[in-house]
Design a protein around this ligand. Structure first.
Ligand SMILES: Nc1nc2c(c(=O)[nH]1)N[C@H]1C(S)=C(S)[C@@H](COP(=O)(O)OP(=O)(O)OC[C@H]3O[C@@H](n4cnc5c(=O)[nH]c(N)nc54)[C@H](O)[C@@H]3O)O[C@H]1N2
Ligand SMILES: Nc1nc2c(c(=O)[nH]1)N[C@H]1C(S)=C(S)[C@@H](COP(=O)(O)OP(=O)(O)OC[C@H]3O[C@@H](n4cnc5c(=O)[nH]c(N)nc54)[C@H](O)[C@@H]3O)O[C@H]1N2
Ligand SMILES: [Mo]
Length: 756
């Protein structure tokens, strides 16, 4: 049997078609648009390219506007090697930015970033980036307050199956959405998020969706909170439980540190403002009586406070997750099956899935001799302010001076906020090299463009610790045009530096798959089971890990015996007031969970402004497959759909199917209107990922396709984490009455010698 896999699912290859696995209960809709996207000759990069203006020394000004000319691979490899050498010699390796954030594709060997880092490390290293766009605030905060690593955010979460069996009241901030649970980094064979919640409801349990969108958890009670105010609601719930004398003082005294300081804040002893239900009600736009009733219900039941990842991609995103943890401590149910605190349920498939965690091998990236690194979402700041000072997690730092950007397997002109500002920053480096299979907005802003293969065009292994099955990914078609595997591309460049042998270790791609499989066999043996021979696996295509499902109770050992199993925090306990963070003296991240007004909020908005929700798209993975049939079929007039409540639409004189213009001081874009009665009246929802297509229209710069990142704000959550704040933005909407500009991203840029 032949298989292939993607971050959104696993497929049997049947002739020229893909079939979801028979045992996948709810295959992702993203997969339906995969083949058409990968085979679209108008989106695929068919040969190595170099930008016209760069050859003429235009200082980057033509990026995004220029045409390209084709090169041979020999020319391209020599050119890339020459550029790396020049920059290295003149400025040192830290002038090369290889942060290259992005999801690339599934598959253990052909992982674009791993290949790139392995190569750059062999030629002296590069400036890296740390954390993710997904959950940077949590990645920086959790080690302080919970002693939890990035990996623990997956492995250590209480299993949703236990929530289904034991929880009576699940408060889900941002919901638990099948839309986002379609995806798991490195591949997923089964989609099954909904079962436990249905089980809970069948037992008479209450599931409450706290969100501006009812669709974030269909079938649940809906608390339609004003976006950006969840921390205030959590503080108020905490206050009400404490004021009613229902706080679990034993848990607070023996499992947490800093409780007296946080308690004083909740009760208003430090700032004269009790964080009561009456205080929070007008902030959150929820009735005070409902907040009090919810607080009573929480302390009367077996309860779980769950927060999705999206909530902390917001200004002061640390506060909401810390306040949620604080409330769970006050309720004292952490460490029990199905109750307590959860982070990220639904935000991807594996969070909360019962799982036996096995550490499968991967390709070694080597050691980076350069220690310079930036918080991932500070890319535009870095390019705009070489030498500029910034703070991160208690450190005073300055930005490196970047001369060469190498991006491989990510799309910053999808993922970054305030893309018009990023365009300005992107002019700064001397050279931009992008390796991708498709003409993404980032590839269109590169000087040297190298065409990579898609997973359909190579053999690979899907082996990841978050999925219970291993798949042999079989090649389905020949590479399109002159596309090469990322490994092969770097091998060709490595030759120019005399490190080809060090890069390949003498193996070709098949040799690497065999090598990884042999190492995986060793790992399996240690785990007490045997993997088949490589050839057997390749023929059969699939191996299911035995006894793969293991339920987890988060912090069980610590709660049972905090002395014997202390957390890796400053006190060994959960910190409700953290002395280290307090010692940093940050105004935007104090020493305990606090209410801080976001940079933009409906609470301070002018008349006519709406809150923008730019979450993950249902039809694709970020910008991937946007040119495929599933995403295209969802567009309105060729534009990304934006949702408004029917009453809001009517107030603006808009009807379903209209084209609307969304704008603020940072930018403007077009979108097609879809009505959604389950959206708050003061919000507009426009998913990420429509290929960025800014044009000059009537003397203004207008993104004509529906990319929300021309509207979002490029600012860190705080000086603690510097995470992105994609979910904090105000916009205005109006009907677009002008002629509808044609898209330009549906065809390649101008290429010399090729017909337009
Ligand atoms: N407004 C707003 N912005 C957001 C978010 C939000 O909620 N709101 N979410 C943020 C989050 S959480 C994330 S994770 C980011 C995601 O941002 P990205 O991960 O950058 O988005 P992708 O579109 O998945 O980019 C992956 C790129 O890798 C390329 N690729 C795929 N396979 C290969 C391969 O084998 N080789 C090579 N060389 N390239 C390959 C794809 O063509 C694509 O261009 O976006 C962030 N941006
Ligand atoms: N289909 C699909 N699935 C994906 C992805 C994809 O591109 N496509 N990307 C994957 C990635 S990389 C990540 S990181 C995860 C992200 O997973 P999440 O972060 O969970 O996803 P989002 O869509 O950003 O946000 C989920 C919901 O949070 C709600 N929300 C926004 N602001 C607020 C607020 O202030 N308060 C409250 N209470 N709710 C709010 C919105 O209504 C939104 O629908 O998704 C993954 N899953
Ligand atoms: Mo993400």
């Amino acid at each position: 049997m032949k298989y292939t896999a993607a971050h959104w699912g696993a497929y049997r290859i049947e002739g020229d078609a893909l079939r979801p696995l028979d045992d996948d209960p709810r295959p992702s809709r993203i997969g339906r648009g995969w083949l058409s996207a990968a085979r679209d000759r108008n989106s695929r990069i068919l040969a190595p390219m170099v930008r016209d203006g760069w050859l003429d020394g235009d200082d980057g000004k033509g990026r995004g506007r220029d045409g390209y000319r084709e090169m041979t691979w020999d020319e391209a490899n020599a050119l890339v090697a020459r550029e790396i050498r020049c920059v290295r010699k003149a400025h040192g390796n830290q002038a090369i930015f290889g942060g290259s954030y992005g999801w690339a594709s599934a598959g253990r060997f052909h992982h674009a970033q791993s290949q790139m880092r392995r190569f750059l490390n062999l030629v002296g290293g590069f400036t890296a980036s740390h954390e993710t766009y997904s959950h940077a605030a949590a990645e920086v905060l959790f080690p302080h307050i919970l002693g939890l690593s990035n990996r623990g955010m997956f492995d250590a979460m209480t299993s949703l199956s236990l929530v289904g069996k034991h929880c009576d009241l699940l408060l889900a901030f941002g919901g638990i959405s099948e839309r986002t649970a379609q995806v798991a980094s490195s591949g997923v064979t089964r989609h099954d998020i909904g079962g436990p919640l249905a089980q809970m409801q069948a037992r008479g349990g209450r599931v409450v969706n706290v969100s501006p969108r009812g669709s974030d958890l269909p079938g649940a009670e809906w608390l339609s909170i004003r976006p950006g105010t969840d921390a205030a609601l959590l503080l108020a719930l905490s206050h009400e439980v404490v004021a009613a004398g229902r706080a679990d003082e034993d848990f607070l005294t023996t499992r947490t540190s800093g409780w007296p300081a946080w308690r004083a804040y909740l009760l208003g002893e430090t700032d004269g403002q009790a964080k009561s239900a009456d205080w929070a009600a007008p902030l959150c736009d929820l009735p005070a009586e409902d907040i009090r009733a919810l607080a009573r219900a929480l302390s009367d039941s077996r309860s779980m406070i769950a927060v999705n990842w999206g909530l902390q991609r917001a200004d002061h995103g640390e506060q909401v997750i810390w306040a949620a943890l604080g409330l769970a401590c006050i309720l004292g149910q952490i460490g029990q099956p199905g109750t307590g605190f959860g982070f990220g349920y639904g935000s991807t498939t594996p969070v909360g899935r019962p799982m036996r965690w096995i550490g499968w091998p991967s390709v070694s990236q080597g050691q980076n001799p350069v220690t310079e690194a930036i918080p991932v979402a500070r890319i535009a700041d870095m390019l705009l302010n070489p030498g500029g000072a910034y703070r991160f997690n208690g450190e005073e730092r300055s930005y490196p001076d970047i001369r060469l950007v190498y991006w491989c397997g990510g799309n910053p002109f999808h993922h970054h906020q305030d893309l018009i500002r990023l365009e300005q920053a992107w002019i700064r480096p001397e050279t931009v090299i992008v390796q991708d299979h498709s003409w993404t907005a980032t590839a269109r802003r590169a000087d040297i463009v190298l065409p990579a293969t898609t997973p359909f065009e190579r053999d690979d292994l899907m082996i990841n610790r978050r999925d219970p099955s291993l798949l042999y990914m079989s090649k389905m078609q020949e590479p399109m045009g002159q596309a090469r595997d990322d490994h092969e591309i770097f091998r060709g460049i490595a030759r120019h530096f005399g490190v080809e042998e060090a890069f390949t270790e003498g193996r070709d791609a098949e040799g690497w798959l065999r090598h990884l499989w042999a190492r995986a066999q060793g790992v399996a043996q240690e785990a007490g089971f045997a993997l088949p021979a490589f050839e057997t696996f390749r023929d059969e295509g699939r191996f299911d890990v035995p006894d793969a499902f293991d339920e987890t109770v988060a912090f069980e050992g610590f709660v049972a015996d905090p002395e014997a199993h202390p957390l890796n925090t400053e006190s060994g306990r959960i910190t409700l007031h953290n002395q280290t963070i307090a010692g940093f003296g940050l105004e935007d991240c104090p020493g305990h969970p606090s209410w801080l007004m976001p940079a933009e909020s409906l609470l301070t908005a002018e008349a006519g402004e709406l809150h923008l929700i730019s979450g993950q798209p249902d039809t694709r993975l970020h910008s991937q497959n946007d040119r495929g049939s599933e995403a295209q079929g969802d567009k309105i007039g060729g534009r990304e759909p934006a949702a408004l409540h029917p009453e809001t639409a009517a107030r603006h004189g808009l009807a379903a199917g209209d084209i609307l213009r969304l704008w603020n001081a940072r930018g403007a874009c077009l979108a097609g209107l879809r009505l959604d009665p389950l959206l708050r009246r003061d919000c507009v929802a426009l998913a990420t990922g429509a290929w960025f297509d800014p044009q000059e229209v009537g003397g203004d710069r207008l993104e004509v396709h529906g990319n929300p990142n021309v509207l979002t704000l490029d600012k860190g959550c705080s000086e603690l984490s510097q995470g992105n704040i994609a979910h904090t933005a105000l916009v205005r909407v109006e009907k677009w009455t002008g002629p509808l500009p044609a898209l330009s991203v549906d065809r390649p840029p101008r290429i010399a010698g090729r017909a337009e």
